[in-house]
Write a protein that binds this ligand. Structure first.
Ligand code: PLP
Length: 234
């Protein structure tokens, strides 16, 4: 059994190697440790190994951990799960990033509910890049109108795009899915230069982070290869 610290070391080396291979700037790809289903003690072990950014999918579970780890300064909490509109207030308060915004209604609520004394909430728009009915996310066609509208929301900082392409598709298709996201961000920056920083691509997980980095990822969201296999959800 390898420890969480060892795992973080080896994922960090994979990221560095892929960044170098892609000819990208060292440090331009960051590791988001996806900590859904993990205990507060697992997260403490990751923090002790230098990890500060954690991604959570389930709000109540996340709030419990945020509470349990309140003694540690400098943790960045990222919400990456589906968002119900009656949960936006807690998300807007407890997190510094939300990767899974997929409609204007949610963006508006997060904007209204983000406390004025906090820095703007960093958001990514989740794109349904394979256009599957079963998945959340907006389509590439819906994106320009959404970006234009969200650009007006001053308590949000529109950082970029997120996707969860089907990891079981052949690598060439997976690569095209990532590439589509990179192109979309590039086009949005040209079309809406004032909508936000638009400097972020949240894509790539344990099994496909190298491909995602080759195609431009800036956050890779890694759960299994940091914390070990997840227990089956009951
Ligand atoms: C669980 C999850 C991940 C991490 O997946 P692994 O394959 O365990 O690395 C990444 N992104 C999202 C949105 C997730 O829900």
């Amino acid at each position: 059994m390898s420890s969480i610290a060892d795992n973080i070391g080896s994922v960090t080396r994979r990221i560095q190697k892929a960044t170098l291979k892609a000819g990208r700037e060292p440090g331009s790809v960051r590791l988001l440790a996806v900590s859904k289903t993990r205990t507060a003690d697992d997260l403490r072990a990751a923090v002790a190994a230098g990890q500060t950014a954690f991604g959570e999918n389930y709000l109540q579970e996340a709030l419990d951990k945020i509470d349990a780890l309140a003694d540690i300064a400098g943790i960045d909490w990222h919400f990456i799960g589906p968002i119900q509109s009656n949960k936006t207030r807690q998300i807007a308060t407890a997190f510094s990033w939300v990767h899974s915004v997929d409609r204007l209604k949610i963006a508006r609520r997060l904007n209204e509910q983000r406390a004025a004394e906090l820095p703007p909430l960093n958001i990514c728009l989740q794109i349904n890049v394979n256009e599957e009915d079963s998945k959340t996310g907006c389509t590439l066609e819906e994106l320009p109108d959404l970006v234009q509208a969200i650009g007006e929301l001053t308590n949000l900082s529109l950082r970029g795009l997120m996707a969860i392409p089907d990891p079981d598709q052949p690598e060439a298709e997976l690569r095209l899915s990532f590439r589509r996201l990179t192109r979309a961000l590039h086009d949005l920056k040209a079309q809406y230069p004032d909508a936000g920083p638009l400097d972020t691509l949240s894509m790539g997980m344990s099994g496909d982070l190298e491909v995602a980095i080759a195609e431009g990822a800036t956050w890779v969201r890694v759960g299994t290869d940091v914390f070990g296999p997840r227990p089956a959800k009951s």
